[in-house]
Design a protein around this ligand. Structure first.
Ligand code: NAD
Length: 360
């Protein structure tokens, strides 16, 4: 059966990096029998310019009908003064909400070839391979009531609400246990159960779920300690699962352990494994159109898509290996260049990945 993939290039460097990812899908189809139907649509500022909306109905329809969505990036200075509902980011938030993408997977992998890119000592980060599973559609970012009110004494008071229902904790917990099962079998649940009632419930639900996953070793950690441990001894972690706000912060910290946002993919999954895949970086308006952006985070997003939504793990392994061999050969885009490497542009990097995917 053919997989349906929606391709949403978006803004800035989005179209440049997506073009290389599409070439990867093309060679997997031509040489390894991947059956894939691609449909492309506008999102973000580009969609606003063409159709007056950052997430046109036609784009949402394409995304809904697909098995997976591959997104470049959205945003740019020319759209920053638009009313909030028309801004490019609303395209992204709208897709997450409309497709019920509650499980955000943020790997932090440090390729041995790029160990110098990290600001941490090589022995602390070399070989790092962590997966952070962040709850994406609940918690304090969405909880009601929220707002700014005026108190009796005339002072303003801002307030937000941290809420998680058992069912929300359970579904993100399952997502994380399933992922840990496919990796090293270790899951660390991060909360603040010493202070927050929501976290107490979180811990109870995750602990209860662990009974169904006896092959996964579960541990719990307070978020402040987790932040310390991430920079002190990050390799102790395999999979971490946490709520929306803690995950937002910890996943960015983990990303920076690797030193290079141009290398990091992400996935956001629904209950059935349908997902949206995108690099973690933005639209990089400062280098857009110059042909120098690093396409590897997007290529690695294709790998995650193959693994988590299309059930093509062997092809995902091939893509990962191709990226590894290109790095071995010393090719680098400017963002990851160092002494003794050869700096290439977006297209040349894509060429090298495609060449590495050619059958012997
Ligand atoms: P950014 O990630 O776009 O860029 C930060 C820096 O990293 C820039 O110097 C950029 O040139 C560099 N960079 C990013 N990706 C790169 C790549 N693939 N290769 C080489 N260098 C790369 O973050 P920003 O500058 O804060 O934001 C720019 C725009 O992107 C804003 O409009 C922001 O809202 C948007 N944004 C979108 C997303 C998304 O689409 N998911 C995420 C973050 C920011």
């Amino acid at each position: 059966m053919s997989h349906k993939v929606a391709i949403l290039p978006g803004d800035g460097i989005g179209p440049e990096i997506i073009a290389e990812a599409v070439r990867v899908l093309d060679i997997l189809s031509a040489e390894y029998g991947l059956a894939v139907e691609i449909e492309q649509a506008d999102v973000g500022g580009t969609a606003y310019d063409a159709q007056g909306q950052p997430l046109p109905d036609s784009t949402l329809q394409v995304a809904r009908e697909a098995d997976a969505v591959l997104l470049g990036s959205v945003g740019g200075p020319q759209w920053e003064s638009l009313d909030r509902p028309l801004r490019p980011e609303q395209g992204l938030l709208g897709l997450r909400a409309e497709l019920s993408l509650f499980s955000n997977l943020r790997p932090a992998i440090l390729y041995p070839q790029l160990v110098d890119a990290s600001t941490l000592k090589p022995e602390v980060v070399s070989g790092l391979d962590i997966m952070i599973v962040r709850e994406l559609t609940g918690g304090i970012y969405f909880g009601q009531p929220r707002g700014v009110r005026t108190l009796d004494n005339g002072e303003q008071q801002g307030f937000n609400t941290l809420v998680y229902a058992e069912s929300e904790i359970e579904r993100i917990g399952r997502s994380a246990f399933e992922i840990a099962r496919k990796r090293d079998g270790r899951l660390c649940s991060v909360d603040k159960a010493n202070v927050l009632e929501v976290s107490e419930l979180w811990r109870q639900v995750i602990t209860r779920l662990a009974e169904e996953y006896s092959d996964v070793e579960l541990s719990h950690m307070y978020v402040d300690n987790a932040a310390m441990q991430l920079v002190r001894e990050p390799k102790q972690f395999d999979v971490m699962v946490t709520g929306n706000m803690f995950g937002d912060i910890l996943s960015d910290a983990a990303a920076m352990l690797t030193g290079s946002i141009g290398m990091l993919p992400s996935a956001s999954l629904d209950r059935d494994g349908k997902g949206m895949y995108e690099p973690i970086h933005g639209s990089a308006p400062d280098i857009a159109g110059q042909g120098v952006a690093n396409p590897l985070a997007t290529v690695l997003s294709v790998s995650m898509m193959l693994r988590y939504s299309l059930d093509e793990a062997a092809l995902a392994d091939r893509v990962d290996a191709a990226v590894g061999s290109v790095l071995d050969s010393g090719l680098r885009t400017a963002d990851i260049a160092s002494a003794n490497t050869q700096t290439v542009g977006t297209r040349e990097m894509g060429d090298a990945v495609v060449a590495a995917l050619q059958p012997e």
